[in-house]
Design a protein around this ligand. Structure first.
Ligand code: ADP
Length: 169
């Protein structure tokens, strides 16, 4: 059996086997959750990221968690919102799927996600939350060693959107 839940909080402090970073394609750090993860993990994270040579939108790459409680960080660049007709929904689903696949490959039982693309990348929250919840649920239903997925929401508005998406599922 598996569970999906939400929590209000800071993903850098969350004790999952893997946490997800809403990165950019350079994987060399940025603002928002990316900046927070790099600050909390320490400078060795950037050193490892430099060896990865970037990542395409919708794909994911794994690093160690360094000073974080999490063992691994799954870095995925979500899509930048361009109005909705540039494949944004499929790319966002692909980010979630890629992270779930990578987590399973590394034997993770618990994974924590931030709300990918809904900050600086401006993907509308009310569209992103159902995509996130449905994609993760499909991965879990298909059979995975991942048992628990937590959406770590940075504000009550984000949490409300994910709770609504979960309740509709
Ligand atoms: P993107 O570029 O993918 O839009 P952002 O980091 O700008 O990424 O925003 C993604 C989400 O992460 C937003 O909901 C933002 O509020 C949230 N966020 C920012 N810092 C943290 C954090 N420390 N823990 C969890 N979520 C965070």
């Amino acid at each position: 059996m598996w569970t999906i839940d939400t929590i209000l909080g800071d993903i850098t402090q969350f004790p999952a086997d893997a946490i997800v970073n809403a990165a950019n394609c350079s994987l060399l750090g940025g603002g928002g959750v990316d900046g927070a993860i790099h600050r909390a993990a320490g400078p060795e994270l950037l050193e490892e990221c430099r060896t990865l040579r970037g990542c395409e939108t919708g794909q994911a790459k794994l690093t160690k968690g360094y000073r974080l409680p999490a063992r691994y960080i799954l870095h995925t660049p979500g899509p930048i919102w361009r109005g909705g007709t540039a494949g944004e929904a499929e790319l966002l689903a692909s980010s979630y799927r890629s992270c779930m696949a990578l987590a399973a490959e590394h034997g993770c039982k618990s994974v924590a996600f931030p709300s990918i693309s809904t900050g600086v990348y401006r993907f509308p929250l009310e569209l992103a939350a159902p995509i996130a919840v449905q994609t993760v649920a499909q991965c879990l239903e298909a059979g995975s060693c991942v048992e628990r997925v937590t959406f770590v929401c940075f504000s009550p508005a984000v949490r409300k959107a994910y709770e609504q998406a979960l309740n509709r599922k």
